[in-house]
Ligand binder design. Structure first.
Ligand SMILES: NC(=O)c1ccc[n+]([C@@H]2O[C@H](COP(=O)([O-])OP(=O)(O)OC[C@H]3O[C@@H](n4cnc5c(N)ncnc54)[C@H](O)[C@@H]3O)[C@@H](O)[C@H]2O)c1
Length: 278
């Protein structure tokens, strides 16, 4: 087989959680470019509709993209969509566990202001864990079982460079603010992203003989309107001296969900401009 042909996922059903979000849409484009059937799961009908329009405009005419409102913290909703997909296509081939709560602490939004580790609310802890870890666990249970019965499938967990290293809290600090007013990267982000790597290794070995491959991708931050002060501090921590462009993970995504990576399981793939080397 030609090497490039191994990147095609012709007719494979690719489920992407949080598929209407910033990076989810780019993962969807990668899967559509590989000729897969793309299934976006997200929590709002409107956002899904807009995402499908945007993805279709950027991909080949004839790309197959659908979306469903599914709260991945609710097992019955995941099962319902699994049944619909099996009825329609007869198989589910790829799951990208991508959804997460992403409280923005590096932009102009100050929604995490005044929340330090010491006063981090249990309700926020539970909510972040519920989406980022429990959601990935439930989707892996429901869709992964289908794959193990098919004796074929791929699960890709989207972790982060912060699944490998601790956040450097100095880059989130703002001049002139008192200590208790400073913004910190939430503890849940580290716990969720490290946890996904644990889930990856567990499932990779658990399902290895069933033909289900499970890997993790650790992307670093993408440019998305962050303010200058933050950017200059962050790029200092990155050997390549810049954040990622939003397009730069697509080829790794297609590689990891296609037969191009057929001998990879349990791997943690870091794409971070070198940040975790320092
Ligand atoms: N953006 C970055 O720079 C970056 C860097 C490293 C890792 N990541 C990781 O990549 C993934 C995607 O990030 P993003 O920037 O696109 O985030 P995003 O916030 O734009 O997208 C997340 C999506 O998940 C959806 N979602 C939230 N709760 C859900 C639920 N209960 N059920 C279904 N969907 C739900 C949201 O509606 C949203 O569309 C996240 O796991 C994030 O941690 C992002």
């Amino acid at each position: 087989m030609n090497t490039l042909d191994r990147f095609y996922i012709n007719g494979k059903v690719v489920v992407i959680t949080g598929g209407a979000g910033l990076l989810g849409k780019r993962h969807a484009e990668a899967a559509a470019d590989g000729n897969g059937i793309v299934i976006l799961l997200d929590i709002s009908e409107k956002v899904i509709e807009r995402a499908i329009e945007e993805i279709k405009a950027r991909c080949n005419a004839g790309s197959r993209i659908e979306g469903y409102v599914v709260d991945i913290t609710k097992r019955e909703q995941i099962e319902h969509i699994k049944d619909r997909l099996i009825q329609k296509y007869g198989h589910i081939d790829v799951l990208i566990n991508n959804a997460a709560n992403n409280p923005k602490v590096e932009g102009s939004s100050l929604n995490m202001k005044n929340i330090q580790f010491e006063n981090f609310p249990v309700s926020l802890w539970e909510d972040d864990i519920k989406v980022g870890l429990t959601g990935a666990f439930l989707c892996s249970q429901v869709f992964g079982e289908v794959m193990s019965e098919q004796k074929r499938g791929v699960i890709l967990n989207i972790s982060s460079d912060l699944g490998i290293i601790a956040p450097d809290q100095r880059i989130y600090r703002k001049e002139g603010l008192e200590e208790k007013e400073q913004t910190v990267k939430p503890v849940t982000y580290s716990v969720v992203k490290h946890g996904l790597i644990g889930l990856t290794k567990y499932l990779a070995t658990y399902w290895a003989e069933k033909g289900v491959r499970v890997n993790a991708l650790c992307p670093a931050g993408v440019y998305n309107g962050q303010h200058e002060e933050f950017l200059s501090k962050l790029v200092n921590l990155i050997p390549m001296g810049r954040m990622a462009d939003i397009e730069e993970y697509k080829s790794t995504i297609l590689y990891l969900i296609s037969d191009a990576s057929s001998y990879m399981t349990g791997s943690v793939v870091i794409v971070d401009g070198g940040r975790t080397c320092w």
